[in-house]
Design a protein around this ligand. Structure first.
Ligand code: F6R
Length: 613
């Protein structure tokens, strides 16, 4: 995720910016840049692709940039590939306004078109350049040339999330900031003011911070900060003292990255969905899929590894159900060597968080070599898979640090749903009424995920009681089985407890012999037409001594006659239930790992990106 640092004071800004940005490196980035100015002189902008060291080398560790006022940025690409051109800061043509930005501006295309008509030119593919030039436009339109006024007018026009830090040529030794749904804090010490997207960037310099609120504007001068609402009225803010240490600050107060990322799922889901919505309707043109092309696809092959494969299994059920196109889902390590027979009118969809998984990349190459169209659902912009696939559907989960994936998996599910619903609409297997209903259901997913996360203490209590389990089984049918695969993998990865996911109806064909007194069986029952069936399977294991946990939808209270512990998820269109059902399973694994005193974020023998076969 992108990082912002800004400074005004008595020291050379560039070295403070480089130091601050280095404290945000853990968040992941692909390029970096700084804009520094000395008094009323022109701003100097330097950018570099790759590690922060490249920026440091380019500026002789900041010594080449003279000035006590500056803004810096590390970019995690969302709009446009990782490159020096797309790196921040972005600047208006006459250098009147220069800015950095975190977040996603959803209507940037629409704003760009407006600005193009007004004579603006664009050098990058980013939404940030649009935001900077929009502020510049309002700044110049008004005779008063007031940055606060210009920002407030731009904020009314911008849809999406942003933390913006800007410098105006006419206002030396000042930084202006605005934010909505993207974090930003302002720190003050005697004669010095800092701005940062995250606490660790400035913790070394100050512990006194202001939290700039949603839809608020800040004006930073040496040692002071003034805040305004959207009506440009001054507002009072309380200075807060940060008591966390640097390590805790990186995790935004969470004990582990995994827990932080579980909490980031509503945002990952919302951002990914919004990236393919235009005027409230699905639009896959940014992915490169036209309506007629969608209509012609005869077969889909989903290929991935690990959790991404599990997202694909959910995708298989949902795409087949809504779009009525046949889907085959395969492990990339199998696909690449089995000499697959591929329908030339088919589409291979590879799913990968990192975009670098060796088997998935090889499977993609194999498919391409056989002349079949490929689409990658991928999280890391500019990664090998993103570069090589014919079409790209970016998940907007942001960088994932914990080895066990949570938010990237959730974002992958959304990509699969968007494909299912849009394919269904284009192929006329989804009616207008259902299309509207599906979109409404997708839009409320983030709120429902939040609701589940808020109730996490019950799961913590349950997890503590089962932290010493020897084996744990997960059972479900249909989409619930796909969720079980992911729940079981999460548990194995971070708790080191043996676990298996089973299609509930398959148990009696062998595995049920492993059930003994007290074996924990977690059953997932979110699919109405399969509820009674899975419940019967639960009764079967209970009668053989299993200790049963149920995970079902609010209202399915009959399960309490069988299961000793039940977790309910909010009601949801069953096709999308995996997005809710997976959350309690992630929390269960997390709490079991915690109770066993294990390294939640870095489990043994595992790496975040598997670039070897
Ligand atoms: C499990 C996990 C892995 C990855 C798998 C594929 O929590 O993270 O199973 O899902 O290694 O990785 P990507 O998605 O980067 O291709």
């Amino acid at each position: 995720m992108c990082g912002i640092v800004g400074y005004i004071g008595c020291r050379q800004a560039a070295s403070v910016l480089l130091d601050g940005l280095s404290r945000l490196e853990y968040r992941g980035y692909d390029s970096a840049g700084m804009a520094v100015r000395s008094g009323g002189s022109d701003v100097v902008v330097v950018k570099a692709k790759g590690r922060l060291k490249a920026l440091s080398d380019k500026t002789d560790a900041g010594r080449m940039l003279e000035g006590t006022c500056g803004i810096g940025h590390t970019r995690w690409a969302t709009h446009g590939e990782p490159s020096e051109l797309n790196a921040h800061p972005h600047i208006s043509d006459d250098c009147a306004v220069v800015g950095v930005h975190n977040g996603i501006i959803e209507n940037y295309q629409e704003l760009k078109e407006k600005l193009l008509k007004k004579g603006y030119a664009f050098n990058s593919q980013t939404d940030t350049e649009v935001a900077v030039k929009l502020v510049d436009y309002y700044y110049k339109k008004d005779a008063a040339a007031d940055p606060v006024k210009a920002l407030s007018r731009a904020m009314v026009r911008i849809r999406g999330s942003y933390a913006l830090a800007l410098m105006f040529k006419d206002y030396p030794e000042e930084i202006f900031a605005a934010r909505k749904d993207s974090p930003m804090i302002i720190g003050v010490e005697k004669g010095e003011t800092y701005i940062a997207s995250d606490v660790p960037a400035i913790l070394k310099y100050t512990r006194n911070v202001y939290y700039i609120g949603n839809m608020e504007i800040a004006r930073l001068q040496q040692g002071t900060a003034t805040f305004y609402n959207l009506d440009k009225e001054e507002i009072d803010k309380e200075l807060v003292e940060i008591t966390w240490n640097a390590e805790a600050a990186e995790k935004a107060g969470f004990e582990h990255f995994m827990m932080k990322e579980i909490h980031e799922q509503p945002k990952a889901v919302r951002d990914t969905l919004n990236s393919v919505l235009k005027d409230g309707l699905l639009d896959l043109s940014s992915v490169g899929l036209t309506e007629s092309e969608i209509g012609r696809i005869s077969q889909i092959y989903i290929v991935a590894c690990g959790s991404a494969y599990h997202a694909g299994v959910v995708g298989q059920y949902v795409i087949e159900k809504l779009a009525r196109v046949s889907v085959r889902v395969e492990l990339a390590s199998e696909f690449r060597y089995r000499d697959p027979i591929l329908d030339p009118d088919g589409l291979v969809i590879v799913i990968s968080q990192s975009g670098e998984t060796a088997d998935t990349l090889a499977a993609l190459r194999e498919a391409k070599q056989r002349g079949i169209k490929t689409l990658a659902i991928v999280n890391v912009v500019g990664s090998s898979i993103a570069r090589e696939a014919d079409k790209i559907f970016y998940t907007l989960a942001g960088p994932e640090i914990a080895v066990a994936t949570t938010k990237a998996y959730s974002a992958q599910l959304i990509a699969c749903y968007a494909i299912a619903v849009e394919f269904g609409r284009c192929r006329q297997t989804v009616s207008d009424v259902d299309y509207k209903r599906y979109l409404e259901e997708l839009a409320v997913l983030p709120t429902k995920i939040n609701k589940i996360i808020e109730d996490k203490e019950r799961l913590q209590w349950f997890a503590a009681k089962h932290a010493n389990a020897k084996d744990i089984f997960f059972i479900g049918r249909g989409i619930d089985y796909a969720v079980c695969l992911e729940g079981s993998l999460k548990l194995k990865e971070i708790s080191y407890i043996h676990s298996e996911a089973y299609a509930a109806g398959e148990l009696k064909h062998g595995t049920i012999s492993l059930i003994e007194d007290g074996t924990l069986v977690v059953s997932v029952l979110t699919q109405p037409e399969l509820y009674e069936k899975t419940l019967s399977n639960l009764v079967e294991v209970k009668s053989r001594g299993a200790y049963c946990m149920g995970l079902t939808t609010v209202g399915n209270y009959k399960i309490e006659d069988t299961a000793e512990f039940v977790t309910y998820i909010p009601q949801i269109e069953p096709c999308f239930a995996a997005s809710l059902a997976v959350v309690p399973l992630q929390l269960l694994s997390y709490y079991i790992s915690l109770a066993r005193g294990l390294d939640v974020d870095k489990p043994r023998n595992l790496a975040k990106s598997v670039t070897v076969e």
